[in-house]
Design a protein around this ligand. Structure first.
Ligand code: AMP
Ligand code: ZN
Length: 481
């Protein structure tokens, strides 16, 4: 096997993966803020983290993966401006924050399952760690923080190399940070936000700095430290986190462990920081407020199997921007269908360990090189297709190779069937039974050379939005248009 190399955002170079604890890999992924449904762009971040986790397992490391659930502290702006996203949604919906968090956490987990994202070792929920956050904050408060009326602030000039991860003390970067009266440096951020006098928040706790709530950055520092220990191996998130959230987490971590500068990456709390690029819409950034909100459920409602979206993600390298389009999703679904059809032919072959076999050696090498090269899923997918296309070979051996590659890509090839990939669009007015019945009548008419009847049945189906697909290369007889 080739050594695994990963692109480290902190050093901006691709580096060999060297675990902190021999034989282990400890990974922390910034999870969702559960104030709304995740959009499919958010889910790209978890498909990426899942491929990373599966790759580490495939390389033989004992994986401990943590994904957090942010149910407090994330403001409508990543810097210190705006309201708490959870409080805002709860007020809009006139519901308790706990109900909002519960509802959207369940919705997120449904997407996780539908996309074949493996369960992490633990989902850590931010509000379960308030005591630990207070302890962490107390331990750094004297040396690194100062109090203002609105809360306890972290002074970024007290740690070395603040902001190295973002590489951007540009005017743009600073422009995004709202001025708070009394801040010592524009980038200073709240680690505890006091509830303004006379107000009551749904989520608030007592602290040495008054009643209030933790800052979002504090949560991830604390859960990472508690659950994985500093330094752990890899911290992941979307590329937006490279600018504010993660530099702030890093500053807190340096303060907590009394560490020096960031030319030693592990002083940041993790050895490697990895970021997936964005899924974008043609019109620009993906958003939860504009027009048709792209949730996974919308894709399913339109008749796309959710794993077609996983396929779409794998077709791009995680560090490249990916543009969403319905045509692209259709193409990804077709590619998945072809793979599932080829895998169906191996369904009865007994599973066995991957054996050395001349017909597969080059393919397995290609796969291993691709995935070891900073998770090169686009090339890994072609290796999977090549394995499925090998002819005149024992089906059991072929199945073993395909399963081996699929265990990293997570396309669930042996759990799917062609029929399962055909999802009924929500707007469809006819049932599968009715379609199958009409097609059987049409076949009978054709067998009797009664083309008038056969054409009439076809027209009837077209009127109901069903395309009849004579001679389809994938063997499909119909699809809903
Ligand atoms: P949030 O729930 O807003 O904290 O975001 C959850 C995750 O999705 C974070 O890791 C974000 O960086 C990531 N993310 C947000 N928007 C996108 C996008 N359009 N494409 C890919 N990742 C995204
Ligand atoms: Zn985080």
């Amino acid at each position: 096997m080739t050594d695994l190399t990963l692109f480290n955002s902190l050093t901006r170079t691709q580096e060999p993966f060297v675990p902190v604890h021999a034989g282990e890999a400890r990974v922390y992924t910034c999870g969702p803020t559960v104030y709304n449904y995740p959009h499919i762009g958010n889910m790209r971040a978890y498909v990426f983290a899942d491929v990373l986790g599966r790759t580490l397992s495939y390389k033989g490391y004992k994986l401990t993966h943590i994904i957090n659930i942010t149910d407090v502290g994330h403001l409508t702006d990543d810097a210190d401006a705006g309201e708490d996203k959870m409080e805002k949604m709860a007020a809009e919906k006139a519901q308790s924050i706990w109900d909002i968090a519960q509802h959207y956490t369940q919705a997120y987990w449904a997407d996780v399952k539908a996309l074949n994202i493996r369960q992490p070792a633990k989902w850590s929920v931010a509000t379960d760690y308030i005591d630990e956050m207070l302890e962490f904050a107390k331990s750094i408060a004297d040396k690194h923080c100062y109090e203002l009326e609105s809360g306890l602030y972290f002074d970024v000039s007290t740690v070395e190399d603040y902001g190295r991860l973002a590489r951007a003390v540009t005017e743009d970067g600073e422009g995004r940070i709202d001025a708070v009266d009394g801040k010592r440096n524009p980038q200073d951020f709240a680690i505890w936000r006091k509830t303004p006098a006379g107000e009551k928040r749904q989520m608030e706790w007592d602290s040495p700095w008054g009643r209030g709530a933790p800052g979002w950055h504090l949560e991830c520092s604390v859960m990472g430290e508690k659950l994985l220990g500093f330094p752990f191996d890899i911290h992941t998130g979307g590329i937006d986190h490279r600018e504010i959230h993660h530099p702030n987490e890093i500053a807190q971590n340096q303060a907590f462990c009394g560490c020096g500068g960031l030319s030693e990456a592990q002083n940041s709390g993790a050895r490697v920081w990895m970021h997936n690029n964005f899924l974008v819409e043609r019109s620009g950034k993906m958003s939860k407020s504009s027009g048709e909100f792209l949730r996974l459920q919308l894709l399913i409602d339109k008749g796309f199997h959710p794993l077609a979206y996983r396929m779409m993600c794998l077709q791009a390298h995680y560090r490249s921007e990916l543009e969403f389009s319905w045509e692209g999703l259709e193409a990804a679904l077709t590619r998945l269908k072809r793979m599932v059809m080829a895998a169906e032919r191996l369904a009865d072959a007994p599973s066995q360990p991957v054996a050395e076999h001349p017909k597969f050696a080059a393919i397995l090498d290609k796969f291993d090189n691709a995935i070891s090269d900073d998770l090169g899923t686009p090339i890994a997918l072609t290796a999977l297709e090549e394995a499925l296309a090998v002819k005149k070979v024992d089906a059991g051996i072929k199945r073993a190779v395909v399963e081996h590659i699929n265990s990293v890509l997570g396309l669930g090839l042996f759990d799917l069937t062609r029929a399962a990939l055909r999802i009924r669009p929500k707007a469809a007015t006819t049932t599968e039974d009715e379609i199958e019945d009409a097609l059987a009548r049409r076949k009978a008419a054709r067998a009797e050379k009664d083309f008038a009847t056969s054409d009439a049945i076809r027209d009837e189906l077209v009127a109901k939005g069903v395309d009849v697909m004579d001679g389809d290369p994938l063997g499909w007889e119909w699809k809903l248009s």
